[in-house]
Design a protein around this ligand. Structure first.
Ligand code: ZN
Length: 136
C-alpha cells in the first residue's frame, strides 16, 4: 500500500464565483486553475495548500453527482482523494478485500490525473477517491 499524501479535498459549492473570494481573500490562497470536467458535470477550481489541493466543485447539471449532493446535503466536504502509486493494483487489492468500487478501472479526472472512486458504503461514509499522476 503506498498512499503518498492527500492529493485533494473535494468541496461541493453552489457557485465557484461566490466561493473563490472566501478562499482567496479570507484564507489567502490563490486559485491557480479552473477546469470543467464534462464527464462529472462539474466545474472545478483548484487551490494549492502545501502538496494538497482544495478542489471546489460546482455542478453544471442538477442531475449530476454534485447537483444531487447539494440538493440532499447542502454545500460542504464531498470527498477526500489520496495520491497513490499503481492505482490499478490498489483497486484490484481493495476489491479483493470486499470494497465496493464505483470505478473498477481508472478514468481521467481534472488535471489529467487517473482517478477512481470507492463507494462510501465501503469507506465508513466518506466518498474516497484514488488518484495517480502518471505524468510524474
Ligand atoms: Zn476529486
Amino acid at each position: 500500500m503506498s498512499i503518498t499524501h492527500i492529493e485533494h479535498i473535494g468541496i461541493a459549492v453552489k457557485s465557484l464565483e461566490e466561493s473563490i473570494p472566501f478562499y482567496e481573500k479570507v484564507l489567502g490562497l490563490k486559485c491557480y486553475n479552473i477546469e470543467e470536467v464534462k464527464d462529472q458535470k462539474v466545474k472545478t477550481a483548484f487551490f494549492m495548500v502545501g502538496q494538497t489541493k482544495i478542489e471546489l466543485l460546482e455542478s453544471t447539471d442538477p442531475e449530476g453527482p454534485i447537483g444531487k449532493f447539494i440538493e440532499k446535503k447542502g454545500e460542504g466536504i464531498h470527498h477526500i482523494a489520496f495520491a497513490v502509486k499503481g492505482i490499478e493494483d490498489h483497486l484490484k487489492r481493495m476489491e479483493e478485500q470486499g470494497v465496493t468500487l464505483i470505478d473498477k478501472t481508472p478514468r481521467k479526472g481534472a488535471e489529467g490525473l487517473d482517478i477512481a472512486f470507492l463507494h462510501p458504503k465501503s469507506t465508513l461514509g466518506v466518498l474516497t477517491e484514488l488518484c495517480e499522476d502518471k505524468n510524474k
